[in-house]
Write a protein that binds this ligand. Structure first.
Ligand code: HEM
Length: 478
């Protein structure tokens, strides 16, 4: 790591030395010092990002003492790798995640551990292999065509909230690729609103669970929105099970068929109906909410950099000559890819992961007793002032610089790492590149000066007051 980076302590030097209109997007101003126990609770009720203090962005490891035992926060790349990759079995997922997400995801690979997880991952990997990226690309293109026709109606320079539309298009991609169905507008709205409700209650429940306080009423409140989402999905799945029962098979070549047909090479069994519903709910949620968050932030960031949009259009033109954004053209869009990576760095949708020390361990010089929660936060690591130059600045070109390349090797983990790495990383990247390049090619994205997003940390990193931009047609390639 360069000396310059080591010297770049949190002192206002976190921001720009870039000569081209540097843009520092909003994030909650960290508190000067660590909050007291009660303040932490009060601030965290709304958003975990609002508990962070200045040192959080420069420390290598922290210990948060609270009733029932300490919580450990690990930022140092060497130890992050130890926990997520080298000794992953010694740091399984914490039960807190299961308790929080169970109403929505059931017993699915996102939260299980040990042999249950191993079997589920084997079956899900089989199903997912069927959805090879090239195979799902036409379904993604159909979702994007539908998105553009919706956006055309608002591309007259009016203030426009992008969060809902990004949730709609990513949920539609999931519907088409997992279930071979299109998503009705009424269901898209219901899913969007239900998940916002779920996030709000889940953030509060996580705090109560972390503090060993009585969480039942808040967890109960999570159940209603979760049931709404599960009902929409399970109706489709049960129709498919019925079809297979009646006719002995299905003509659909989607991820749901893959899940129903996958056979465990070890135990020789398949997912039951209930297990299939859980895995589909998990894939749907893990797959669309994260991508929607990353895309909405990407558009907001781009709205402040018309120069980048112009360069992206030139790059798109170079690789498509005004034709289709094809499967192979998407892979050549280096700048679009850097924009997406930078949005994931500044606003990682999954802002922290919770692991549990399976036995007493030593991390750096600290004893971490068995059962302790160990937090790893892409939000903090990707904005850490020892690990990134100008960590708060939006600068997609950093990924082509020597320093940026070095930082991204050790301090970039929006999709996690190790055996629990995101199943949908390549899928999500392909989807995002297609959506971003299609939007930038067709519209100029302008900021709404009177509306600054307020990032909050809940299940995903979202804006509390939405994300607004203005779209204006570029009149090209229409
Ligand atoms: C920008 C989009 C996405 C981001 C940032 C993202 C991020 C992540 C992260 C950080 C994890 C690990 C969480 C942890 O260790 O606690 C994860 C796990 C997972 N993701 Fe994604 N994800 C994205 C899109 C997707 C998509 C599109 C799918 C599927 C279609 C997907 C499916 C999964 C699954 C199944 C897991 C659980 C893996 C396991 O534990 O074995 N994700 N994702």
């Amino acid at each position: 790591m360069s000396d310059q980076k080591k010297d770049n302590a949190f002192d206002g030097e976190r921001v720009s030395r870039c000569p081209f209109a540097p843009f520092i997007p909003p994030y909650p101003k960290p508190h000067k010092t660590k909050s007291s126990f009660f303040l932490r609770f009060f601030r965290g009720w709304h958003s975990w990002l609002h508990v962070l203090f200045e040192k959080s962005y420069s420390m290598r490891m922290g210990e948060i003492r609270q009733p029932g035992g300490s919580v450990f926060m690990v930022n140092e790349p060497k130890w992050v790798k130890h926990i997520l990759v080298d000794e992953a079995r010694a740091f399984p997922k914490h039960d807190l995640m299961h308790q929080l997400l169970e109403p929505l995801l059931g017993v699915s690979i996102f939260t299980t551990n040990g042999e249950v997880w191993e079997r589920q991952r084997r079956l899900v990997d089989q199903a997912f292999a069927q959805a090879r990226l090239q195979l799902v690309f036409p379904a993604m293109q159909e979702s994007v065509a539908a998105l553009l026709s919706r956006l055309d109606k608002v591309a007259d320079g009016r203030d426009f909230e992008v969060d809902g539309e990004m949730t709609y298009v990513t949920a539609d991609v999931m519907f088409r690729t997992i279930l071979s169905e299109t998503l009705a507008e009424v269901d898209a709205k219901s899913i969007y609103e239900s998940f916002l409700q779920f996030q709000k209650h889940a953030q509060r429940a996580s705090l109560l669970l972390m503090y060993h306080l009585w969480s039942w009423p808040v967890r109960f409140a999570c159940q209603k929105p979760a049931r709404k989402i599960r009902r929409i999905l399970s109706e489709i799945i049960s129709r498919r099970f019925e079809e297979v029962k009646q006719s002995g098979g299905t003509s659909k070549q989607d991820i749901l068929s893959g899940l129903m047909e996958a056979t465990d090479p070890v135990a020789g069994d398949r997912f039951t109906y209930k297990e299939t519903v859980d895995q589909v709910c998990m894939l749907f949620l893990a797959g669309h909410e994260t991508s929607a968050s990353a895309l909405a932030w990407s558009l907001y960031l781009l709205s402040h950099r018309p120069d980048l949009q112009e360069r992206m259009r030139e790059e798109i033109q170079e690789h498509t000559a005004g034709g289709d954004l094809s499967f192979s053209a998407i892979r050549k869009l280096r700048l679009t890819s850097n924009v997406f990576r930078e949005a994931l760095r500044l606003y990682p949708p999954v802002g922290f992961f919770v692991r549990e020390a399976a036995q007493d361990s030593t991390i750096r010089d600290k004893i971490v007793p068995a059962g302790s929660p160990v937090l790893i936060s892409p939000w903090l690591i990707q904005r850490h002032c020892d690990l990134w130059e100008r960590p708060d600045e939006f600068d997609p070109d950093r990924f082509d610089s020597t320093d940026g390349k070095e930082s991204s090797k050790c301090a970039y983990l929006p999709f996690s790492a190790g055996p629990r790495v995101c199943v949908g990383m390549a899928f999500a990247t392909q989807e995002a590149l297609l959506i971003l390049s299609s939007i930038v090619r067709r519209y100029k994205i302008e900021p709404v000066k009177s509306h600054e997003p307020r990032p909050v940390g809940r299940v995903t990193v979202r804006s509390d007051n939405g994300i607004c931009v203005r779209l204006k047609s570029t009149f090209s390639s229409l």
